[in-house]
Write a protein that binds this ligand. Structure first.
Ligand code: ADP
Ligand code: ADP
Ligand code: MG
Length: 674
């Protein structure tokens, strides 16, 4: 086994590889860009080498610098992860030339599978079924248009060098073909530096089913069953599971054999995935076609680890070190069911637009790291929840890399149990600070199609109505969360100092308190009343509910509103409040009405107090010239200080109150002229 390896990647996969290496006693070297100087993967590795600027081309794709880093640190092998250099045969060759072991297949196997066209030609020879199409060298537009006619519309034009769901065009009718071809070739040239394309039949509502294969240097090759990755958006995977629902033993063996044949045809060594597209025939049977082979560890490998009990990164390291495969085909068994959800910084409602920002709150459900039982078949069940994350709370998601921030993997004795655990795990995943797809994933998992395993690549489109623009937590519940948090934080202050009792709030018979909440661009006023018997009543827009709140610790609150009991988790991030309930979440802003009073009244030159309070400071006098944003006065209300700032530049013409004065709601504090 190696003493030290370099991990030529970042994010969750770099952390995940490091975890297995550590367990095996192998030291790790991280590489990082400027933006990743403080990233988790740098922290979890034993050593780290800076390799360049933020853009991938200046760092994670700079293979000369990566090789130098390996030499300088004495690493014996390089793990490329996925993406970046993982399927670059020149890099694999350069590693070999530098005396380093590339933890992946031989360069010749990468090259053979690197072009989708060449791979299809090769698979045809090996007798693996293909999607009907044209994958030859002739890329003349008129010729390809003719081929499309022969195949039959709709067709799919694919960049031979494409990947990551890019470089694909579906064409529905002959008159659109030439324009779609030109556009596909432009994208292919720009993204992959190669405009060669293939044309194949567009399979309507297919399933994506892939087989995990593993080869060793002794010429053995096995398959570790299948994964269903049909749930996709923009040809990219969203949820993946193993085994594939509805797969018969006979079909599994047949597909496994086809995948092993594909791997053997290129002298495959290490982890690889043979991707198939499956079409359901009229009689309900499935027909499979080879699509492509990914010559690396896949993003979704954890579901295979969960059902087989094997650590695939350990297998990769052992095989790269020249050891035989840790298990023979007959020793591999499927145990239970696993589902993975890719958690991405993106906004599903804005066409999955990637998001950047700071992970102000990042809370995971109770979980463990990678599969904890490598080696032989599982003696015990895998952990119900696994989280592979490349980030920690407080980290930023930068615009330079992939939007995937973590993977949530669940295991169950059967699909129903895995699904229930997925729902609970997504419910308990709280990310505040930027847009994520967590709530969307939960809705996908709960959608009728996914719940009943009616899987195909059109699932998200079919379930649109229940997936997008879903309402979050209802306003009264969200407001109750804000109030529960506020009461608890004020009580915490009180108990620390017996003289700080909020008497105005407690002793008088009835006390009222107003909360100005902003939700989805709308302003709402929630009024909380304390009745004579001490009970609370919440009123919003003419409706009211009795309210009881109690802190449970860890940002959690027990809230009974209108007789209904809820457990809410509430996070305060600056002015924003994120409230999580069992059925959804909501992000609100609590507006300080006094601080914002000037904004509303600004135009009229009046600065009014929308809330009763006391003037505790005045910073200006009549005749003073003030600039926009300048602090004019300070008011105290609800034991909080609120600064009243000038909404625009102007001259103070009149002060209407003095320090110490009590101001009624709506009272005009001072006047400002242009
Ligand atoms: P990539 O290299 O981007 O992963 P693939 O060839 O694996 O490209 O295709 C990605 C996805 O596109 C598939 O998972 C499937 O959803 C869809 N797709 C690919 N080929 C076809 C086809 N012939 N008909 C319909 N959908 C297809
Ligand atoms: P998987 O098949 O393992 O799910 P993906 O297709 O999602 O993998 O790709 C894994 C990672 O590699 C993603 O970050 C994706 O954006 C990236 N990727 C895959 N193929 C390419 C490629 N040819 N060019 C650039 N990035 C790619
Ligand atoms: Mg693919």
């Amino acid at each position: 086994m190696f003493k030290k390896i370099l991990i030529a990647n970042r994010g969750e996969i770099a952390c995940r590889v490091a975890e297995t290496a550590r367990r095996l006693g192998v030291q790790t070297v991280a590489v990082y860009s400027d933006a990743d100087a403080h990233a988790k993967h740098v922290r979890v590795c034993d050593e780290a080498v800076h390799i360049g600027g933020n853009a991938a081309k200046d760092s994670y794709l700079q293979w000369q610098r990566i090789l130098e880093a390996a030499k300088a640190t004495g690493a014996q092998a390089v793990h490329p992860g996925y993406g970046f250099l993982s399927e670059n045969e020149e890099f694999a060759q350069a590693c070999a030339d530098a005396g380093l072991v590339f933890i992946g297949p031989p360069p010749s196997a990468i090259a053979a599978m690197g072009s989708k066209s060449a791979a299809k030609a090769l698979m045809e020879k090996a007798g693996v079924p293909l999607v009907p199409g044209y994958h030859g060298d002739n890329n003349d537009p008129a010729f390809l248009a003719e081929q499309a006619q022969r195949i039959g519309f709709p067709v799919l034009i694919k960049a031979s060098a494409g990947g990551g769901g890019r470089g694909m065009r579906k064409v529905d009718k002959p008159e659109d073909f030439v324009a779609a071809l030109a556009s596909c070739q432009r994208e292919a040239k720009a993204s992959f530096g190669d405009d060669h394309v293939l044309v194949e039949r567009y399979v309507t509502e297919p399933r994506h089913i892939e087989i995990q294969v593993f080869g060793d240097t002794q010429g053995q090759c096995v398959y570790l069953f299948e994964r269903d990755c049909s749930v996709q958006r923009r040809h990219q995977k969203v949820l993946e599971e193993a085994p594939a629902p509805g797969m018969s033993e006979a079909r599994r063996a047949e597909m496994g054999a086809a995948a092993v044949a594909a791997a053997k045809a290129v002298g495959y060594v290490g982890a690889g995935t043979v991707e198939f597209i499956a079409e359901e025939l009229a009689d309900g049977d499935l027909r499979f076609y080879f699509m492509e082979m990914n010559t690396r560890l896949q993003v979704e490998h954890p579901v295979t680890e969960a059902i087989t009990g094997h650590d695939l990164v350990e297998w990769q390291l052992r095989v790269a070190a020249g050891q035989p495969l840790p298990a023979q085909q007959h020793e591999l068994k499927i145990h239970g069911h696993a589902i993975e959800a890719r958690i991405c910084a993106e906004n599903p409602d804005a066409n999955f637009l990637p998001a950047t920002g700071t992970l102000s709150v990042l809370r995971w459900p109770a979980h463990v790291g990678f599969a904890r039982h490598a080696g032989a078949a599982p003696a015990q069940d895998p952990a119900p929840v696994r989280v592979d994350a490349g980030v920690r709370e407080g980290d930023a998601i930068s615009p330079y890399y992939d939007s995937m921030i973590a993977k949530l993997i669940v295991w169950g004795e059967n699909r129903a149990q895995a699904l229930a655990r997925l729902d609970a795990a997504l419910r308990d995943t709280h990310i505040v600070g930027l847009a994520t797809n967590v709530a969307f994933l939960r809705r996908v998992a709960a959608s009728p199609s996914f719940a009943t395993a009616d899987l195909d690549t059109a699932l998200i489109e079919r379930e649109r109505a229940v997936l997008f623009d879903a309402p979050g937590l209802p306003l009264p519940l969200a407001a109750a969360g804000v109030i529960a948090q506020k009461i608890a934080s004020e009580q915490a202050l009180e108990s620390a100092d017996p003289w700080s009792k909020r008497d105005g709030w407690r002793i008088h018979g009835t006390a009222r308190r107003r909360f100005d909440l902003q939700l989805g661009g709308q302003h709402h006023v929630a009024t909380l009343e304390r009745l004579h018997d001490g009970a609370l009543r919440l009123a919003i827009g003419g409706e009211q509910w009795p309210l009881v709140t109690r802190s449970l610790g860890d940002d959690r609150y027990d809230v009974v509103i209108g007789g209904e009991r809820h457990t809410l988790t509430v996070y305060l991030v600056g002015e924003r409040v994120a409230v999580y309930g069992a059925h959804g979440s909501q992000e609100l802003q609590e507006i300080d009405p006094i601080a914002h009073a000037g904004e509303a009244a600004g135009g009229a030159g009046r600065l009014t107090a929308p809330m009763p309070g006391k003037v505790i400071a005045i910073h200006v006098k009549p005749g003073d010239q003030v600039t926009a944003g300048q602090a004019l006065a300070v008011m105290e209300a609800m034991k909080m200080e609120h600064t009243i700032s000038a909404p625009r530049a102007g001259v103070v013409t009149e002060l209407l109150y003095a320090v110490g004065d009590q101001v009624a709601e709506g009272g005009e504090l001072l006047r400002l002229a242009e």
